[in-house]
Write a protein that binds this ligand. Structure first.
Ligand code: HEM
Length: 152
């Protein structure tokens, strides 16, 4: 999603057929991810994960908890602002060619704001995701905490 989003807004020629294909793909996969996110949140609420190992320090527990909450909230708001950008700009979100509900009214003056928020929150989410992966590597291979079992 980051690669596609960046490519379609920077490298690809404006108003070209390739740009349209990438926009359609980005939006359709984004809508799919919204459904997967809702499913994931439902599963997370239905099944509590095992506790963190006792050996993890309090400060790391707080950091892990904040990071995990952010990994649910950020995709939701990134997708929300992406959807809003399309709607306020006077278009309608399509899922692989099928028009989906118009959630936000057309207010063209908000297009720039929703675009900026979508972009910056998307890159914030990328940073949090990278920190998450780095933390997994540290805990698993440096501290030898069995957190992969907990993730599975
Ligand atoms: C997890 C999901 C998503 C991620 C990580 C993501 C990420 C990105 C990124 C990195 C860009 C390029 C921003 C830039 O560098 O200028 C972008 C652009 C864009 N995204 Fe998403 N996106 C997601 C979901 C969505 C969804 C669901 C929609 C619409 C329903 C959407 C609509 C757009 C649009 C219209 C642009 C072009 C913005 C422009 O004109 O500059 N995105 N996205």
């Amino acid at each position: 999603m980051w690669g596609c989003g960046y490519t379609m807004t920077t490298w690809v020629e404006e108003d070209s057929a390739l740009e349209e294909i990438l926009f359609d793909l980005h939006i359709s996969v984004g809508v799919t991810l919204l459904f997967l996110l809702i499913l994931r949140i439902a599963v997370r609420l239905a099944y509590a994960p095992p506790p963190l190992p006792d050996t993890i320090r309090r400060i790391e527990r707080i950091g892990a908890h904040a990071g995990h909450v952010a990994l649910y909230i950020l995709p939701a708001v990134v997708i929300g602002f992406g959807w809003a950008e399309v709607d306020v700009g006077g278009h309608q979100v399509q899922w692989f060619g099928i028009p989906v509900a118009k959630v936000f009214p057309t207010v063209e003056v908000w297009e720039g704001l929703t675009e900026t928020l979508h972009r910056w929150l998307a890159y914030t989410m990328l940073s949090v995701a990278l920190v998450h992966v780095a933390a997994v590597i540290k805990h698993r291979w440096i501290d030898h905490h069995d957190i992969l079992y907990r993730m599975i």
